[in-house]
Design a protein around this ligand. Structure first.
Ligand code: ADP
Length: 200
C-alpha cells in the first residue's frame, strides 16, 4: 500500500513521516526526488542548460536553483516547459523508489509530497493523509526552521492549495497544531488502522 502524505510548507510532513518510520513504515520525499532528477549528469539538467544557457549552472556544474526559480516564478511558459521536462522523470524515479522499498519489506510506504495533489502524484497512491495546521502556525514554524523572510514564505503559501482545498481531498487528517505527543498518538492510530487494512 502506498500512502500519500501532504500538507503545506511547515505543516510538519517530515516530522510526521519520521514518526511513521519509528513504527516500521518506509517513506520517500518527492522533493528529494525532484532534486535527484536535476543532479549533475542527469538528462534533465542538460535540457535545462540547453534552454537557459550556462548562467543556469554554478561554477561546479550543479544547477543554480535560485536562478532557475527566478526565471520560472516570473514566466509561466518557462515554468510549464520545466515541468514538462522534470515531472515525467520525477514520476518515473518515484515509482522506482517505491518498488525498491516494497521489495525491502516495508508494510506500507509513504510518499511525502508538498504538491501531492497539485502535481498529480496523488494518482500513484491508494490513500492520502493531510497534515493540517493553521496558516499562522505554518508561517511561524517555517520562519523558525528556515532562515527565510515572511514574504518568501507567503509566496510559497500562495502557490500551494489552500487549507480547505487540501482537507477536502484527504482520506485521513493529522491535526499537528498540538505538541509532538499529540501528533505521535494520531500517527500510532493510523498505523494500526493501515496494518488492519493490510492484515499485518
Ligand atoms: P514540513 O516538512 O511540512 O515542511 P517539518 O516537519 O519540517 O514541516 O516541520 C516544520 C517545523 O515545525 C520543524 O522545525 C519541526 O520541528 C516543527 N514541528 C513539527 N511538528 C511540530 C509539533 N507538533 N510541535 C512543535 N513543532 C513542530
Amino acid at each position: 500500500m502506498i500512502i500519500g502524505l501532504t500538507g503545506g510548507i511547515g505543516s510538519g510532513k517530515s516530522t510526521v513521516a519520521r514518526a511513521f518510520e519509528t513504527l516500521g513504515a518506509a517513506w520517500i520525499d518527492a522533493d528529494d526526488v525532484a532534486r535527484e532528477v536535476v543532479a549533475t549528469g542527469e538528462p534533465a539538467l542538460l535540457a535545462i542548460k540547453n534552454r537557459f544557457g550556462n548562467q543556469i549552472v554554478c561554477q561546479d556544474g550543479t544547477l543554480n536553483r535560485a536562478a532557475l526559480r527566478d526565471i520560472v516564478f516570473k514566466d509561466p511558459e518557462q515554468r510549464q516547459w520545466l515541468e514538462s521536462v522534470t515531472h515525467p522523470k520525477i514520476r518515473e524515479r518515484i515509482l522506482e523508489h517505491l518498488k525498491r522499498l516494497k521489495l525491502q519489506g516495508a508494510p506500507y510506504v509513504l510518499l511525502v509530497s508538498p504538491l501531492l495533489f497539485e502535481s498529480g502524484q496523488s494518482e500513484l497512491v491508494s490513500r492520502c493523509i493531510v497534515v493540517d495546521v493553521s496558516q499562522a502556525l505554518q508561517l511561524s514554524r517555517t520562519l523558525m526552521r528556515d532562515g527565510v523572510s515572511e514574504s518568501q514564505v507567503r509566496a510559497i503559501l500562495a502557490a500551494q492549495l489552500t487549507r480547505d482545498q487540501r482537507l477536502a481531498k484527504a482520506d485521513d487528517v493529522i491535526d499537528n497544531s498540538g505538541d509532538h505527543a499529540s501528533m505521535t498518538k494520531q500517527v500510532a492510530r493510523l498505523d494500526t488502522s493501515y496494518r488492519q487494512l493490510l492484515n499485518c
